[in-house]
Design a protein around this ligand. Structure first.
Ligand SMILES: Cc1ncc(COP(=O)(O)O)c(C=O)c1O
Length: 404
């Protein structure tokens, strides 16, 4: 983080500042007096705006009074959901590679996270439903997936979502869908169409939870605002539990965010046009580099190329950083199935992406990533066992934080 001159592609956020229309809305909200506590489940007017938004964008009717809880970020929606459905000793199945927070929050709740890697077939990530079924035990309570995926860029098909739902129903599991990137989708009928939510396929009686955020679609990462949608009994409980976590998200932030839902489409489409161009540019450059497989990435703002022969993505990224000043995130930070790949965030300017792709290409042609250097790094880790493991774990935690 402190190294000068780094081309930073390891972040998990756009380089764009919050748009002006939202800054003005925030200023208005403060001056209009939204400086007090709000309801634990969020301002009724914001919940109403979220319900209207789902009807408009997803064709899903929600009751704002009983099925929506506003949270102080997407990660807080994840924490609230997990704490609500898991008891100590329970198990959660998490599809990975994934942003590590859901697994970490499961463990923090004294439950066990069972990571099931999504296999890569050719250039397409899929779901190993047999492996998911095999991992289910009498203690399994929750199944978590992320679509569009951080770090894969993968988007679940309708069929895959229906199968996850059917499997969860059959085994009596809660199904948690992390849909924070649903608006960053490049393969819809029209740019700006969201990825269809699991809520389109589920009934309101299903044990389904959706977590969402204002961070990614509206460049509001620092505002800390999200929401969750759940069956009424769970949503009520989560609203109550919010009292003991943050009581409520900041009132003026909530009020201003209503404007994002009602007036944000034009800015969003402009951003999507740039992101799609960036994705296409980076994917084309990466596909031309030797030894890389670049999986299809229909959503979010990440590419997750697999590097042939790579067994130490952490060492690879560290050497890339030190030698070329290009910062990317090692696949090992994203759990089972992540090792051997690297994550590139393309939500940046061309002045960063172009030299970064050039330097990465040059580095790949000289770095013996499947040769002795990699082997050496791995052996060093083994030799120093606990101490090095702890350091690597610390690094991994830092990466997870820095790599949001
Ligand atoms: C998959 C995924 N879910 C949730 C979040 C949480 O976003 P926030 O806490 O900023 O709302 C992130 C952030 O990177 C993410 O990548």
């Amino acid at each position: 983080m402190g190294m000068p001159g780094v081309l930073r592609l390891y972040f998990g956020e756009s380089n764009l500042p919050t748009p002006d229309y939202l800054k003005r809305a925030l200023d208005r909200a403060v001056r209009d007096g939204y400086t007090f506590y709000t309801e634990n489940a969020g301002l009724p007017s914001l919940r109403g705006a979220i319900a209207d938004y789902y009807l408009r964008k997803q064709g899903v009717a929600l009751d704002p009074g009983s099925e929506i809880v506003v949270t102080a970020s997407g990660v807080q929606a994840i924490a609230l959901s997990i704490r609500a459905v898991l008891d100590p000793g329970d198990e959660a199945i998490v599809l990975t590679p994934a942003w590590p927070n859901a697994s970490a929050i499961v463990e923090l709740s004294n439950a066990r996270s069972i990571e099931i890697a999504q296999p890569l077939h050719g250039e397409v990530y899929t779901i190993d439903f047999d492996a998911v079924e095999r991992a289910i035990t009498p203690r399994t309570r929750l199944l978590v997936y992320t679509s569009p995926s951080n770090p894969l860029g993968w988007v679940a098909t309708r069929r895959q979502q229906e199968t996850l739902l059917e499997l969860s129903r059959r085994h009596g599991l809660w199904l948690m869908a992390d849909e924070v990137y649903d608006r960053l989708y490049y393969e819809g009928a029209e740019l700006g169409d969201p990825v269809p939510s699991i809520l389109q396929m589920a009934t309101r009686e299903d044990a389904v939870l959706v977590v969402h955020s204002f961070s990614k679609s509206y460049c509001m990462t620092g505002w800390r605002l999200g929401w969750m949608i759940a069956r009424q009994d769970l949503a009520r409980k989560c609203g109550q539990m919010n009292e003991f976590m943050v009581s409520c998200a900041a009132g003026f932030v909530q009020k201003a965010a209503e404007t994002a839902l009602t007036e944000g489409e034009a800015e969003l489409k402009t951003m999507l046009t740039t992101l799609r161009e960036n994705r296409d540019f980076c994917a084309a450059k990466l596909r031309a580099m030797p030894g890389l497989t670049v999986p299809d990435a229909a959503g979010a703002f990440y590419l997750f190329p697999r590097v042939e022969g790579l067994r130490d993505s952490f060492g690879f990224c560290k050497r890339l950083l030190e030698n070329t000043r290009v910062g990317i995130a090692p696949g090992m930070a994203f759990g089972a199935g992540g090792e051997g790949s690297v994550r590139i965030c393309y939500a940046s300017g061309r002045e960063v992406l172009e030299p970064a792709m050039e330097r990465l290409g040059n580095w790949l042609s000289i770095e013996p990533h499947d040769g002795p250097l990699m082997e050496q790094t791995r052996i060093v880790s083994d030799d120093h066992n606990a101490g090095v493991e702890a350091a690597v774990f610390q690094d991994q935690a830092d990466i997870a934080r820095g790599g949001r």
